[in-house]
Design a protein around this ligand. Structure first.
Ligand code: GTP
Ligand code: MG
Length: 439
């Protein structure tokens, strides 16, 4: 206290007062010069007010300036952060808009007498980095999550808390299997097995029902046919067929990338000369996979593309030729006849070609996919099936229906639009993922 009193006593306010006085005179003079006449007695007050306002303004401006400097230095900070922290900024632009197409649940009749459809946009340019942390099992699990809940999820909630497996429960199971797109035939087969086990007294717990379903599904999915072995011929010719919009071109792009990655020389043939921009779309995929694309002008003969692509594949010593085809043609042209013609052209140029006729089916179309598979199989004898868009559908049960009814193996499943979203179909893993039993 004493020290403070001493300090105040020592203060010399006369300097401050003198300075203020000078300021008041200057401000008053300035006001008079600019024609503002203020009564004498108020002049010091107004001058003091102006000094106060000026001082406040200076303080405010200083604060704003400081804030600006502070923000600037914060913005420039990432430049000196370590690499790892910069990554999200670099990765963000790689999220690209997806090319959208209309729904393509095309029925049997529509396949043959199809109208020209709206154009597809070009394919996405850059794919995001694959997530390295996910195991193959986890990726399957994520891709099949909707199918899992529509099939096994519902079976599990039906079985939950059930002490007895009676006729009513089996009936309810039947309904679940049908609505999960397993198809009539497959459902009947599964239900008869369940009934048989029940009559033998072997079906007394929920777990036994699960085990039996798993065993039956595994057996149905094991289609005994020749494997897809691209080393068995050179060039190995894969002709890709399917109705419009199912994912033929995308699947070809993904396959081309996989083959090229494994060191094979790949050539693509743009056999879809009907749809506008189809060749360009394939060209983009070709660039992404780093492989050559043989194409002709829009509207030209697809047989001629097949011929040129086969010639190029032989001349360039290619290991694999992947030929795209149209999913729709002009009204009067028969799609199946056109495919047969392309097949003949390939066979003339390369012995036994095409070595694989791969049908692409869109899983989201459910039972329609099964109808398409029957139709194409009758017309051109399919060797394998690629089932796309499993990621966006609860109708993945269609895999089982296809295997059971057609005896044509599902070779690949598509679980996304990106280049590495096509996976070989593994029946064992499929069942494990659905029943969530594998680690
Ligand atoms: N979510 C998802 N989308 C897919 C998958 N496969 C293809 N697509 C998308 O399906 C759309 C159609 O694919 P395309 O490859 O152009 O189909 P297409 O059979 O060649 O069609 P057309 O040339 O018209 O006969 C595109 O937007 C693809 O990105 C998949 O496995 N999952
Ligand atoms: Mg296409």
């Amino acid at each position: 206290m004493e020290r403070l009193e001493q300090f105040i006593k020592q203060l010399d306010f006369t300097v401050v007062l003198e300075w203020l006085d000078k300021m008041i005179i200057i401000i008053t003079q300035l006001l008079l010069d600019s024609g503002i006449d203020i009564p004498e007695e108020y002049r010091p007050l107004v001058a003091l007010g102006i000094i106060y306002l000026g001082a406040t303004l200076v303080v405010l401006l200083s604060v704003l300036l400081l804030l600006k400097i502070f923000r600037k230095s914060k913005k420039s900070q990432p430049q000196i952060t370590p690499e790892a922290e910069k990554e999200p900024e670099v990765a963000a632009p790689e999220e690209q808009p997806e090319a959208e197409v209309e729904e393509t649940a095309v029925a049997e009749a529509e396949v043959l007498t199809a109208e020209p459809e709206p154009e597809l946009e070009a394919e996405p340019e850059i794919e995001p980095e694959p997530e390295p942390t996910l195991s193959v099992f986890e990726r399957f699990k994520r891709g099949l999550s909707k199918t899992q809940s529509s099939l096994v999820g519902r079976v599990d909630s039906l079985l939950r808390g059930k002490a007895v497996i009676d006729e009513d429960l089996v009936e309810e199971l039947e309904e679940i299997l049908i609505t999960a797109d397993l198809g009539m035939q497959t459902t009947q087969q599964l239900i008869s097995s369940l009934e048989e086990s029940r009559s033998r007294g072997e079906l007394e717990s929920a777990d036994q029902v699960r085990q039996l379903l798993m065993a039956e599904l595994r057996q149905i999915l094991q289609v005994e046919t020749k494997q897809l072995d691209v080393d068995s011929a050179s060039p190995f010719v894969i002709m890709v067929v399917g109705v419009n919009g199912v994912g033929k071109t995308t699947t070809i792009g993904k396959l081309a990338n996989q083959f090229a990655q494994s060191g094979k020389k790949v050539i693509l043939g743009a056999g879809d000369t009907f749809r506008a921009a189809a060749a360009e779309q394939l060209q983009i995929w070709g660039e992404r996979a780093g492989v050559e694309v043989i194409s002709h002008a829009e509207g030209s003969d697809p047989g001629a593309v097949a011929f040129d692509a086969a010639k190029a594949a032989v001349a360039r010593n290619a290991d694999v030729l992947l030929l795209d085809t149209a999913g729709r043609l002009h009204n009067k042209v028969n799609l199946m006849e056109e495919l047969k013609k392309i097949r003949r052209v390939l066979d003339r140029e390369i012995p036994d070609a095409p070595h694989e006729i791969l049908l692409v089916l869109d899983a989201t179309t459910g039972q329609n996919a099964l109808i398409q598979a029957r139709l194409f199989n009758e017309a051109v004898a399919l060797d394998g099936i690629a089932l796309t868009k499993l990621d966006g559908t609860a109708k993945g049960g269609i895999v089982v229906a296809i295997a059971a009814e057609l005896n044509v193996p599902v070779r690949f499943i598509g679980m996304g639009e990106q280049i590495d979203d096509l996976r070989p179909f593994d029946p064992e893993m499929f069942v494990s993922v659905l029943f969530d039993t594998a680690k």
